[in-house]
Design a binder for this molecule. Structure first.
Ligand code: GDP
Length: 202
């Protein structure tokens, strides 16, 4: 298959920030990846960057409560937000992170968009809806990545996509994706290129 150029292969790990003040300077372009624990966010980042273990995929989801930053070049970054909803995270920590993330969304000026990762078989859970409403309220574009599409046949996958699209607020979009067979890579790259204002390559 003839794929488009992938500028995300150059992603490199920068820092795991436990506090907002540890983040790189608030300039340039940042796109955040968010999602419920186990939705497939790490796998999506690894597939996007064509690096097997850049973002850690794990069987014990949600343990890492930190914002992990990868950079693509001097002015473009990916922010991997902590997975939400892992039952074993203590309530206090959860509340703490909710506040940190709220501040991140409200204050981070370089933030250009959010990729909201959902398991295509379990989309639009309360966390997802809250995130969409949040983005919509502050005018931040949100792109829903409905991943694990390989787990459904094409018909049901398309039906799930259309159902989600109908429920999206203004300024949000959605696509299907699979880390297993890379379906949806080009669509994701195109969306990110737009947000990052990627220079055209020959
Ligand atoms: P995270 O907690 O959101 O970062 O989720 P992970 O990326 O760690 O994925 C959770 C589980 O789903 C792992 O067992 C992955 O191998 C699996 N998974 C993730 N993406 C896909 C996909 O596109 N297709 C299939 N079949 N499995 C996936």
């Amino acid at each position: 298959m003839n794929r488009i150029h992938n500028p995300y292969r150059s992603a490199r790990y920068v820092i795991s920030a436990h506090q907002l003040k540890q983040l790189p300077a608030d300039s340039g372009y940042e796109v955040a990846f968010a999602g419920r624990s186990n939705a497939g966010k790490s796998s999506a980042i690894n597939t996007l960057t064509e690096q097997k273990s850049l973002a850690r995929t794990s069987k014990t989801p949600g343990r890492t409560q930190q914002i992990v930053i990868f950079d693509l070049d001097e002015e473009r970054r990916i922010a991997d937000l902590p997975g939400y909803g892992y039952a074993k995270v203590p309530e206090k920590l959860r509340a703490h992170w909710q506040k940190v993330l709220q501040r991140y969304f409200e204050e981070r000026e370089c933030l250009r968009g959010v990729v909201l990762v959902m398991d295509i078989r379990h989309p639009m859970k309360p966390f997802d809806q809250q995130m969409l409403a949040w983005c919509s309220a502050i005018g931040l574009p949100c792109h829903v990545l409905m991943t694990k599409a390989d787990k459904l046949k094409r018909g049901p996958a398309q039906a799930a996509l259309h159902k989600v699209r109908r429920a999206l607020p203004e300024g949000a979009s959605a696509q299907v994706f699979s880390a297993s067979n890379r379906e949806g890579m080009d669509a994701l790259i195109r969306q990110l290129n737009e947000w990052y204002a990627m220079p055209a390559t020959g």
